[in-house]
Design a protein around this ligand. Structure first.
Ligand code: NAD
Length: 496
């Protein structure tokens, strides 16, 4: 990693002529006034955005691509990530930039088709009527983003909102100030405020934003804050997409190809230092494989991060002191309750470093098994028969993802049929958030609504049904309700 590119002086360059809404530079009152001013500007722009052609929307989206194709911008983005949580530059490219470019390509290829009115079959009883769905933008969109993939998770919903013809106020996370500033600068450079604008801030600013009337709110974050967002949205009955988290299980049975599985688990769990909504949260492995799997997991951790992971340039750090302390407390609690550290367990306050850690003999009373871990700790439980696994999984809220490592179709089908999850990946990890055309999202506690591809476009669109009569009528069903009307209804009941 080229450390000279990562100096903080590379980070914060806001051209003087640009205005920025940020609680750190203005008093709270003026921040609120600025938010209100931009909000009003966006209200006045809605019709023009709605009228914008597919070509114009794609042009806007491609501006982001061109911006990200400039080496100077990429280096600044990497530097911002390093300043925020030492996220390795390669991981920034792999998990933040590359997937975003994938969404840009998905949208630019398909938007014309997605946006085309969809004719609908109406059936014989409605002869004379034509029906179609036309897609209209939901209007003003608020996007609230988390810190763990602070660039991708703020920018990808923005693409779909632009594709649908909406205006966007984007509230990035306050826990990644350098990356949030990068996005703020980028959006100011690319778009007028009345179309897209970042509003930086924490809870007070978000609360102020949530008080407003929105066409749609797209929130990515914890289930706890998701409930606050949903409650606020109910005031004006704004629709919501809630991309939340949860405890995503990983089941490994005796037919799994252990060596490949171990490598993939280590990647899926420890990328971004485990701070991934879709990370395999805990392992449930068939009892007689456990020793072999643990040995292979340890080997792979060593291959990935060397003998001392703290010296590795491939491992990010924990985002904040609060999360660092939370994770350390989880390890201590697990040890007190009989958990056995078989790998890692080492931490360093000065660096918010936690080594990739595996804890065997996990039980449901441990904090590790009660909350989403969201860090580089992997608890391990075991099972004897596949029929016992759903009971373990279903004790917890429905997860965002479920991972099954198996070659037995009967086991895979059984687990899918006896559980529920936002998505499921067999014999690989994190792919549920990797393919732009595949719907991504949770279920109940892990989320509401699906993003990505056409689903992402629809999330920001009102599917407006337009029905038109070309000929015929149904006057024969109008009052007075004579016996003849009754006979026609009987007839219709037979052909409907
Ligand atoms: P968070 O819920 O703490 O914060 C998310 C956003 O909400 C931030 O912008 C924050 O400023 C704002 N916020 C926080 N508290 C608020 C409050 N009281 N009122 C109004 N706004 C508030 O989440 P986080 O810590 O940034 O992210 C971690 C969580 O996000 C995990 O649960 C993870 O699973 C989930 N997540 C889900 C996905 C997904 O796509 N499903 C992706 C990434 C993260």
């Amino acid at each position: 990693m080229q450390l000279d590119l990562l100096r903080t002086e590379n980070l914060k360059k806001i051209p003087k002529h640009m205005s920025t809404i940020s609680s750190s530079t203005l008093t709270s009152e003026s921040v609120y006034q600025d938010i209100d001013r931009v909000y009003e500007k966006q209200v006045n722009m809605l019709q023009a955005l709605k009228n914008a052609s597919v070509k114009d929307r794609i042009k806007k989206i491609k501006k982001i691509k061109s911006f990200l194709q400039q080496e100077e911008h990429l280096r600044k983005l990497e530097a911002a990530f390093f300043a925020d949580f030492k996220k390795p530059a390669t991981e920034v490219q792999l998990t933040e930039v590359l997937p975003l470019l994938g969404h840009i390509s998905e949208i630019t290829k398909n938007l014309a088709r997605w946006n085309r009115p969809q004719p609908l079959e109406v059936g014989l009883s409605f002869t004379g009527l034509n029906a179609k769905v036309v897609y209209e933008p939901k209007g003003q969109v608020l996007i609230i983003a988390p810190w763990n993939y602070p660039f991708l998770l703020a920018m990808y919903p923005l693409l779909y909102a632009i594709a649908a013809g909406c205006s966007v106020l984007l509230k990035p996370s306050e826990l990644t100030p350098a990356t949030s500033q990068f996005m703020d600068d980028m959006l100011q450079q690319l778009f007028p405020d009345e179309s897209v604008k970042a509003v930086q801030g924490a809870i007070p600013e978000t609360t102020h934003l949530l008080d407003k009337k929105w066409g749609h709110i797209f929130f990515t974050g914890s289930p706890m804050v998701g409930k606050i967002v949903m409650k606020a949205a109910s005031k004006h009955l704004a629709s919501v997409s809630l991309e939340l988290g949860g405890k995503s299980p990983c089941v490994v049975d005796d037919s799994a190809r252990l060596k490949a599985v171990a490598k993939r688990i280590v990647w899926g769990k420890f990328v971004n230092a485990g701070q991934t909504c879709l990370a395999p949260d805990y392992l449930i492995v068939q009892e007689d494989l456990k020793a072999d799997l643990l040995r292979l997991l340890k080997q792979e951790i060593n291959t990935f991060y060397g003998a001392s992971a703290q010296k590795s340039e491939s491992l990010a750090r924990i985002i904040s002191d609060k999360h660092y302390q939370r994770l350390c407390a989880m390890i201590e609690d697990a040890q007190e309750k009989g958990g056995q550290i078989v790998e890692g367990g080492v931490f360093d306050d000065s660096d918010r470093y936690i080594a990739p850690t595996i804890i065997d003999r996990a039980v449901s009373t441990m904090q590790l098994m009660q909350e989403e871990i969201f860090g580089p700790i992997l608890p391990v439980m075991t099972f004897q028969k596949i029929e016992d696994v759903p009971d373990i999984i279903n004790q917890m809220d429905k997860p965002l993802s479920m991972y099954i490592c198996s070659s037995k179709n009967a086991h895979i089908d059984y687990l899918i049929a006896h559980s529920s999850a936002g998505g499921t990946v067999v014999n690989d990890f994190l792919m549920g958030a990797a393919i732009p055309s595949v719907p991504f999202g949770g279920v109940n506690n892990s989320g509401i609504g699906k993003a990505y591809g056409k689903h992402g476009f629809i999330e920001f669109s009102n599917e407006r049904a337009v029905i038109r009569r070309s000929f015929g009528h149904i006057h024969f069903l109008y009052p007075p309700y004579t016996k003849r009307v009754g006979r026609i209804i009987q007839l219709l009941k037979r052909i409907i």
